[in-house]
Design a protein around this ligand. Sequence first.
Ligand code: F0G
Length: 458
Amino acid sequence: MNLPYAEPYRIKMTEEIRQSTREEREQWLKEAGYNLFNLKSSQVFIDLLTDSGTGAMSDKQWAALMTGDESYAGSKSFEQLHETVKKISGYQYLLPTHQGRAAENVLFSVLVKEGDVIPGNSHFDTTKGHIEFRKAHAIDCTVDEAFDVENLFPFKGNIDLEKLEKVYQTYPKQKIPFCLVTITCNSSGGQPVSLENMKAVKELSDRYGIPIFFDSARFAENAYFIKTREKGQEHRTIKEIAREVFSYGVGMTMSSKKDGLVNIGGFIALNDENLFRAASNFTIIYEGFITYGGMAGRDMAALAVGLDEATEFKYLQSRISQVEYLGNKLIEYGIPVQKPIGGHAVFIDSLKFLPNIKREEYPAQTLANEIYKEAGIRTVEIGTLLADRDPETRENRYPKLELVRLAIPRKTYTNNHMDYIAAAVKNVYDRREEIAKGYQIVWESEILRHFTVKLEEA
Ligand code: F0G
């Protein structure tokens, strides 16, 4: 008999979580303006809002916290982090930031100007926000397979080379500061990009003189998929694969809250000295001195250990198998999910789940709210609310998919929790015909509205 993938760790500390009643949850949801971001964590039983900064650290990371060097400049913890980032990415220069979007802010302050275009594979919302805030445009060149949830294509995060070349042909080189490859591709369902695709993107971009940057929040999970799905990669280590990936770009932005296995932090890593100097100025203005950039020394020390542990195969195998376990349970129950199951989350196709809800009434948000009411599970809408309005026309942008994301925090919940989640979603699925009305917006912000939007029942 094949042994299952048991976690390569055991649990040393636990944290109490509390169940609530349906009546309590209905009241809390109403008070929260039907926006799950507005709930208190004490009102949530299982929190799948995000896998960002919500994971558990190892004993070695906790030990590293105690060794943190809090010197303003040139701390030992920065040196440790710098050495680890060099080893894993091959990039020589490091600028810490307080989280991923801060890395975007610093880098884009140097590189992105009004009227520019940045092609890539389904840019994450803060990334797009930082581009559009500068009156530039993000152009999505993701492969079409990504938008068909039943298609089992193994690398649905890939960039479509024809779409990318069209961008290179349409706009002058000066208007395209870089191409951004997000690994894994969060917005298309935690889907990986293949090594072959990155190589091809690099070759094409070289011909047009466009550099490549990586949005690397989940680069280790991406490397796991390369190792397990791409021919010829199965004998390589995660670290070897990650090094090759990064060799196709000139730099990376990182949200350390994902594959850094820490609760806060981010960084930029790159090779170009001039770019490093220009970005250093913005780091100092926005984040802090260049050897801490908004991070405590102890957090950099824990991150150095986390990056090392996140790029170990055994850890990734248990992590991604747990996400797959939940996904397979939902498939078994007949629930429409993005296939194959992604690295950090299971994505439910709400248009198929709730065909009675009109697009204007936000079917994915409606489903997320139903799952909360059912069992106290907090998920997140990856649909029209997240897609924001078109900055020029101010019309709703309807994305190809309306998804509910069940993001699994790292090393935090057990497979009993996964069984509970699957049962709760099935209960909602069984009464889907009764769910006939969605929501309408009462108040929204100009940009990144989904975090703070207030809704009422339609
Ligand atoms: N890039 C990607 C691909 C992300 O998923 C995120 C954050 C960021 C950049 C920004 O990083 O949060 O550290 O500022 N994603 C979280 C999520 C918020 O829930 O998917 P950050």
